[in-house]
Design a protein around this ligand. Structure first.
Ligand code: C2E
Ligand code: MG
Ligand code: MG
Length: 896
């Protein structure tokens, strides 16, 4: 109860204290002023008494002088028998003091007998000359004592005089007259001391019962002429004394401190007084000073008190607010799943925040730190999170303190100290504290990571994928740029991998890709990465470490890549080899300083393309001339489209002969492009281009039409006809039915189906696609015979060929070349011939160039042969001539 009262009202204590202090100030001022007042009054009394003492001495001495003078004159007069002439005395230098107004001698009847005075000196005044007021007294009293009176009217006439009178005795001691000595009253009262008594003081001589009265005032007293400053006869005691007479006692109503002393010899009283105001002026000044000081000091104290109260109330309000917020946070978070901490700022001497103290937290918050609430409260954050406080936490907290709030998601220190991996922080400023809420988002983050990992990685090989590269490469390039380093990209493409998939199935293809990925990854150093770009394409992101020697290093790496990939892969009982081509681009060497990641990739792509088209199974560095090649290809592609329309393409024919009889049994139609500027462009250059661009469809159509038209023309010319064998690209199957096209052209030129033959490369032949199989069946159903071209270069198996029920095999010229060179070559050829015979297929040897080859083929039982030895590809016209000759020979033999 008392505590809550104290905690509620404590700010007012400042004001109360200030008031007490102000009161103490005043008290001190009043007490001190009173003491000063007393001291000043005592000093004034003392000084006044001393002054009156001196005054009384002076007065008594002065009267004593008058007493003596009058006594001498009395004696002189009495001795002279009443003939004493005052004039003579005056002339002798007596009474020359200006204080003496008049000395006169009156006889017993009051007649003036002799007189000297200022009148004689040319000065006039009303009083002298008149019979003194004490005359009757002296007449009736035979006392020779001196009488002192103030002449009537003297004061009124503003002439202050005092008269000393003495009885003159006759020889018989009878009354003889009066001697009167009139003195300027100022002679007695000139004791006024301005310094001591001030401007309103008074010096007075009073007689018995205050009758006789002479006064001298300070220069600021204004009175009517002859009036006394005393309003009434002052009641002063006998002897000596000092009193403070009230204002009523005085004409000007100013109270005065009055000191008096009776003359020791005469019935007169010396009086001196000064206004209480002047007497106590130092006290008044002192009081004013003390009062002012107390006032300002009190005011200042009160002001400070008020300020302190105001400030304290602010603090109190802030505390209350903080407490309320604190409680609200506590209530809201106590049972929640989020951790909550209230951290108070710790400041240094300059007021800068340097740390935070945890002043509260909930159980969950403490759990994150592996502690109990009581253990965490009171801890300093810098001590709790030593490793990261200065670098990571403090800047964030300062920002939150400045901005009012802050939010982020943060990976917590992974040192096993905390029971949380990822936290969502929201920080709110509450006064000089931070309310920190920490939500455990570890599970979601891990999930997000999994998802991100999935999105950025290839599921088959576990390698980063193209998306990863697209995201990573610009960053890597920027980092490279920053450190003036180098960055290389090796684009690795497995050669003929499509064939693997087509012939061995996707299961084997996938396994080979996994093996390739593992082997590539094993080659990488820390920091280098392998990316699966898709299909059979991999990318190596490499930081060439060698200074200036990066090309040699990259070449070495490329060779190692080719070598490790080429090592046999055993899958079950079978062993496979992976061949690859590599395109390399390197920043900044081939891209220039201004290159971007897209240029880097594009250059690697071009280099790869160049490797593939020049020599598979090798690597190529990007070089600008490849651009030229590429643009030449682009140009060629463009002109090929035009060539189809403008009839630059024509067919040449090469004879295929029976090995035994040497008679032509067929002829192969081979496409020729007579380019207006480039001259003859070989099919190996433009067929792949046509295949890649889709022009192959139109090209195939053109070949079919021209072959059929030629056959029809020769027929019409009456020439003996042998079948024409046309090459069909596997790509043509994806553009529509080849069988239907053939049927259409045969019908158009009214040709027998057996006059046409189709050559299809091995890979297309053995494709898994059902439609290709169906197509081939349809072609054969027309009566058109189908041959496998370039047999031996693909992966076809005999069972596949058997299933397709083909008419013949054209063994690739590479095998024909080996026939007369090695035993293995002959054995291989023998195997093919026996196999084909068993399947009822015709075997054709391609590329026969020597008679030895021809003899061997005959020996091995090969059916047919084609090659330069037997006839080069020739134009239709040339072929027509050969046919005519053939015709003649036939006719000749018939005749013979
Ligand atoms: P191919 O179908 O295997 O054609 C045989 C190729 O071998 C022809 O080359 C021919 O000139 C060449 N040749 C013939 N005898 C010999 C020989 O004794 N020694 C050597 N070294 N070569 C010989 P060509 O005409 O350059 O054709 C190349 C390839 O172009 C053809 O190979 C074929 O695959 C393709 N091709 C040609 N014309 C067409 C066509 O009209 N359509 C399609 N789709 N492909 C075609
Ligand atoms: Mg061919
Ligand atoms: Mg061939």
């Amino acid at each position: 109860m008392l505590r809550s009262f104290a905690s509620r009202y404590w700010p007012w204590a400042w004001l109360l204290l200030a008031m007490l202090a102000a009161a103490a100030c005043w008290n001190h001022a009043v007490v001190s002023a009173e003491r000063t007042h007393r001291d000043v009054e005592q000093t004034a009394r003392r000084e006044l008494a001393a002054h009156v003492d001196a005054f009384e001495h002076y007065l008594t001495r002065s009267i004593a002088q008058m007493d003596q003078v009058t006594m001498q004159l009395k004696h002189g007069w009495e001795q002279s028998g009443g003939t004493l002439q005052l004039d003579a005395l005056y002339r002798d230098g007596m009474f020359t003091d200006p204080a003496f107004a008049e000395i006169a001698i009156y006889d017993a009847n009051g007649r003036l007998l002799s007189r000297v005075g200022r009148r004689h000196a040319g000065r006039t005044h009303s009083t002298p000359g008149r019979v003194p007021a004490s005359f009757p007294f002296h007449q009736t009293n035979n006392s020779s004592a001196l009488r002192i009176i103030v002449p009537d009217g003297a004061l009124q006439a503003n002439q202050e005089f005092v008269q000393f009178t003495r009885r003159l005795d006759a020889r018989d001691d009878g009354f003889a007259g009066v001697l009167a000595l009139t003195l300027d009253a100022r002679y007695l009262t000139s004791f006024y001391n301005q310094r001591l008594l001030g401007g309103n003081g008074i010096v007075a001589v009073l007689g018995d019962a205050s009758t006789l009265r002479m006064e001298e005032h300070g220069n600021t007293v204004t009175l009517a002429p002859g009036a006394s400053l005393f309003a009434t006869a002052p009641e002063l005691g006998s002897g000596v004394g000092t009193r403070l007479l009230p204002g009523a006692a005085f004409y000007d109503h100013a109270g005065r401190l009055v000191s008096w002393r009776h003359s020791s010899a005469y019935p007169v009283l010396a009086v001196a007084g000064m206004t209480a105001l002047e007497a106590l002026a130092p006290a008044a000044t002192d009081w004013t000073r003390r009062r002012n000081r107390a006032f300002w000091l009190g005011l200042l104290t009160l002001l400070l008190g008020a300020l302190a109260t105001h400030y304290s109330r602010g603090i109190q309000r802030q505390r209350v607010r903080r407490k309320a917020a604190h409680q609200a946070y506590r209530m809201a978070t106590e049972h929640g799943s989020d951790g909550f901490y209230l951290a108070a700022a710790v400041r240094d001497g300059t007021g800068a925040v340097i740390d935070f103290d945890i002043i509260d937290c909930n159980a969950r918050g403490a759990y994150f730190y592996g502690l109990e609430r009581d253990q965490l409260i009171g801890r300093r954050i810098s001590a709790l999170d030593q490793g990261v406080f200065g670098t990571t936490l403090l800047p964030v907290y300062l920002k939150a303190l400045q901005d009012g709030n802050y939010e982020d998601e943060r990976q917590m220190a992974g040192d096993g100290r905390l029971n949380i991996c990822w936290g969502r922080r929201s920080i709110v400023r509450v006064g000089d504290c931070l309310a920190i809420t920490l939500q455990d988002v570890s599970e979601r983050k891990l999930h997000e990571r999994d998802i991100e990992h999935l999105a950025l990685h290839d599921p088959l090989t576990g390698l980063p994928n193209r998306q990863w590269l697209v995201r990573e490469l610009p960053r890597r390039l920027a980092a490279t740029l920053e450190r003036y380093g180098a960055l290389a990209v090796l684009l690795v493409d497995l050669d003929d991998f499509k064939h693997v998939n087509d012939t061995l199935g996707h299961g084997v293809g996938d396994q080979l890709l996994q093996v390739a990925a593992q082997r590539l990854a094993a080659l990488m150093r820390t920091g280098d990465r392998v990316v699966r770009m898709g299909g059979d394409e991999f990318l190596l992101l490499v930081d060439p470490a060698g200074e200036g020697n990066d090309l040699a290093e990259l070449a070495l790496l490329a060779e190692r890549v080719l070598a490790v990939l080429a090592e046999p892969v055993s899958l079950g009982v079978e062993a496979y080899r992976i061949e690859a081509s590599i395109g390399i681009s390197c920043y900044p060497r081939y891209c220039g300083e201004s290159a971007d990641h897209e240029a880097l990739l594009r250059h690697a792509d071009i280099a790869l393309f160049s490797a593939k088209s020049e020599q598979k199974g090798h690597y190529r560095f990007f070089d600008a001339s490849q651009y030229v090649l590429l643009s030449a290809r682009a140009h060629l592609k463009h002109s090929l489209a035009k060539a189809i329309d403008t009839g630059q393409l024509s067919l040449h024919y090469q004879a295929r002969v029976d090995v035994v009889s040497g008679q032509p049994v067929s002829m192969e139609a081979l496409l020729r492009w007579q380019h207006p500027t480039l001259g003859m462009v070989p099919p190996v250059q433009f067929i792949p281009l046509a295949e890649a661009s889709g022009l192959i469809n139109r090209l195939g159509e053109l070949v079919m039409r021209q072959a059929c038209a030629q056959l029809a023309a020769w027929r019409d010319q009456g020439l003996p006809l042998v079948p024409v064998s046309i090459n069909v690209s596997p790509r043509q199957f994806s553009y529509g039915s080849v069988a239907a096209q053939l049927a259409r052209h045969l019908a158009q030129y009214e040709l027998d189906a057996h006059l046409l033959e189709v050559e299809i490369t091995e890979s297309a032949m053995v494709a898994d696609q059902v439609d290709v199989q169906a197509e081939l069946t349809a072609i054969r159903a027309l009566g058109v015979r189908v041959f496998v071209d370039d047999f031996g270069t693909g992966y076809s198996s005999l069972s596949q060929l058997q299933r397709l029920r083909l008419d013949g095999l054209k063994v690739d010229k590479a095998f024909t070349r080996e026939l007369d060179r090695s035993h293995e070559g002959r054995v291989f050829f023998q195997a093919i011939v026996s196999m084909a015979r068993a399947l009822g297929m015709t075997v054709v040897a391609e590329g026969v160039e020597t008679p030895a080859q021809m003899a061997l083929l005959r020996e091995l039982g090969c059916h047919q042969a084609q090659g330069y030895l037997l006839g080069r590809p020739v134009s239709a016209a040339a072929m027509a001539a050969s046919l005519a000759e053939l015709d003649n020979r036939v006719k000749l033999s018939l005749v013979s």
